[in-house]
Design a protein around this ligand. Structure first.
Ligand code: E4P
Length: 217
């Protein structure tokens, strides 16, 4: 499973990228707002930092304007994936932009039917939002599994990009289901390293090392 990092914070991206943990980046208008930076400037900087796809989201709502914004975003760098919402106009924009050879990430997916439409429209990525479904006492992981089944049934090449990931367990659960990509905030990716038995075991080893006066260099 590829790891995308869900942020426009370039410091956080750099730290994970140095460890080889970043296969791509996803942003959205809320993350751009949080960064406090100009969308074109920060997206260009991110594209220069990472080799993989960098999703940048349109803010128009009609297909023609989305297409115009998508073309402008795609000019930033070769690795831009234009992010469009899963609306009828978004699907139209997806079809046109992928037809021009651009990567398109169809976002705000909350149902298997929406994912089916995105695949038919030629989406490069479909972004089902796990956490926002879980917030409503629905099961976001069930949606990932349903889309995996549907895409595999028909050989759709659209990649399942599990989004709205809130916990480290979401990451391993998505990997078990077979999501192609999971995008998570930097803190969630770092939290995957945590285990209380690791902390407990390390404390004991350090105590014993000190008592045995173990020195290596
Ligand atoms: C990813 O593409 C989405 O922008 C993101 O995962 C949304 O996450 P949230 O529901 O935590 O805002």
């Amino acid at each position: 499973m590829k790891f995308f990092v869900d942020t426009a914070d370039t410091t956080a991206i750099a730290e994970l990228n140095d460890l080889g943990m970043v296969d791509g980046v996803t942003t959205n208008p809320s993350l751009i707002k949080k960064s406090g930076r100009d969308i074109l400037e920060v997206t260009r900087e991110i594209c220069n930092m990472v080799d993989g796809p960098v999703s940048a989201e349109v803010v128009a709502v009609d297909a023609d304007s989305m297409i115009a914004e998508g073309r402008a975003l795609a000019k930033i760098a070769e690795n831009i994936a234009v992010k469009v919402p899963l609306t009828w106009d978004g699907l139209k924009a997806c079809k046109v932009l992928t037809g021009e050879g651009r990567m398109v990430n169809v976002t705000l997916c909350f149902s298997a039917n929406q994912a089916l439409l995105a695949a038919k429209a030629g989406a490069t990525f479909i972004s089902p939002f796990i956490g926002r479904l879980d917030d409503l006492n629905l099961d976001g992981l069930d949606l990932i599994a349903d889309i995996r089944d549907i895409y595999d049934n028909y050989g759709f090449e659209t990649q399942i990009l599990a989004a709205s990931i809130r916990t480290a367990n979401h990451m391993s659960d998505c990997a078990k289901i077979g999501a192609d990509v999971a995008t998570a905030p930097p803190g969630v990716i770092k939290a995957m390293a945590n285990h209380m038995l690791t902390d407990k075991g390390l404390a004991q080893f350090l105590k014993d090392a000190a008592e045995a006066e173990i020195k290596i260099v």
